[in-house]
Design a protein around this ligand. Structure first.
Ligand code: GDP
Ligand code: MG
Length: 370
């Protein structure tokens, strides 16, 4: 075929469609994810992303980029990754907990929920949705902006009794900047002081036009406390996800992103990885940020040991040489020598960036590392 849609190319590159749209815009081509581009443009885009994102060293670009673009026939549907954002105390954590409670796969007995910054639920329709918790504190607005980079859809929580607040507006602008579709969840509708209409009107002031106001941003009234509106929220997420036609190649060396990482007293360095494409397996040798390792164990969000993790599945990994940073990219490599080499190179880059380019934003530092 001489043309390919931007969305399809994004799936094959395991990048977000919005990122490709942004790159094309910079190249003077305003298109949407559903539009087609010609082969030359597609190749240019691949080089552009390959160069900026996967390059490992000046002399050695190939090893990680060689199979960067997945053939169309290797792609399979993957669950959407949804991030919940909003002002403090508007109910993000409560909503995440409530949504987690809708998981039909976890069952009554197996309700052990360990704290992990990401989890996946199976909804009534049988579909799966991955939810991400936003990094804890508002000081790290940049981290949050990066959080939006691995997310397909953002749910913005607004407390119906409190309305739009600074972090709500910040979340809206981050979501816009990331080019990710948003769904507005007006929360705390059980509270007598809640007024959804006031929220809709305030949103309009910030150029967010929800469906009931004639716009195309999906909205839903919920109560995380009383667990109302959750099914509707899930339906809207599914609808949005369908439009995005999210796919990835599960049958390749895994790549993923660190959602969070800590040093655990008993288990050593532990990182939660969200697999982007490929399948991460016990025994795999990997590089993650400036660290490397061999997967000693994979633990899912229900605390179970699993053997492998495919696209969009968040999973804890053990077997790291040290603690990576949230946002670091994980790539499975062919052997340990290669892992050390890539990790050492990345450590050098990190060091150099830290000592020379002081004012560089976290965002640019990390995009250079990817
Ligand atoms: P976060 O800071 O956005 O994560 O907000 P939390 O989930 O911690 O919620 C902040 C407070 O609002 C807590 O006291 C919750 O119990 C309360 N809350 C959250 N959702 C609801 C809701 O739907 N209704 C009511 N009445 N209270 C809620
Ligand atoms: Mg919270």
């Amino acid at each position: 075929p001489e043309t390919i849609t931007v969305g399809e190319l994004a799936n094959r590159m395991a990048e977000r469609g919005a990122d490709l749209v942004k790159a094309l815009f910079k190249m003077g081509m305003p298109v949407t994810v559903n539009q087609s581009i010609d082969q030359d443009t597609a190749e240019l885009l691949v080089t552009e992303f390959g160069h900026n994102i996967k390059r490992v060293s000046d002399s050695d670009v190939d090893l990680i980029t060689s199979d960067d673009v997945d053939a169309a026939e290797t792609l399979q549907p993957r669950p959407p990754v949804v991030t919940i954002m909003g002002h403090v105390d508007h109910g993000k954590t409560s909503l995440l907990d409530a949504l987690r409670g809708t998981d039909v796969a976890s069952g009554e007995a197996g309700g052990i929920t360990q704290h992990i910054g990401a989890y996946q639920v199976q909804v009534k329709s049988g579909a799966k949705i991955t939810f991400l918790d936003t990094p804890g504190h508002e000081a790290f607005s940049e981290m949050r902006a990066r959080g939006a980079n691995i997310t397909d859809i953002v749910v913005i929580v607004v407390a119906g009794d409190d309305g739009l607040r600074p972090q709500t507006i910040e979340a809206i602008s981050h979501t816009r900047a990331a080019g990710v579709p948003m769904i507005i969840a007006i929360n705390k509708m059980d509270k007598p002081g809640s007024n959804a209409q006031r929220v809709r009107e305030a949103l309009l002031q910030h150029d967010v036009q929800v469906e009931s106001m004639g716009g195309d941003v999906q909205e839903v009234e919920v109560s995380a406390l009383k667990k109302t509106g959750l099914d509707e929220l899930i339906e809207k997420i599914e609808l949005q996800a369908e439009l995005l036609e999210l796919k990835a190649n599960p049958d390749r060396a895994a790549e993923g992103t660190v959602v969070e990482a800590t040093l655990d007293k008993g288990r050593g360095a532990v990182a939660t990885i969200l697999v982007g494409r490929g399948t991460l397996k016990v025994g795999d040798i990997f590089v993650v940020g400036a660290e490397s390792g061999k997967v000693r164990a994979l633990i899912d969000d229900k605390g179970r040991n699993i053997k492998e993790a495919g696209p969009s599945l968040p999973v804890e990994i053990l077997g790291l040489s040290g603690v990576p940073s949230a946002g670091d990219q994980l790539s499975v490599v062919e052997n340990e020598a290669r892992a050390r080499e890539v990790a050492a190179y990345r450590a050098g880059v990190i060091h150099q960036k830290r000592t020379t380019a002081a004012p560089a934003s976290l965002e640019s530092m990390f995009s250079a590392l990817r």
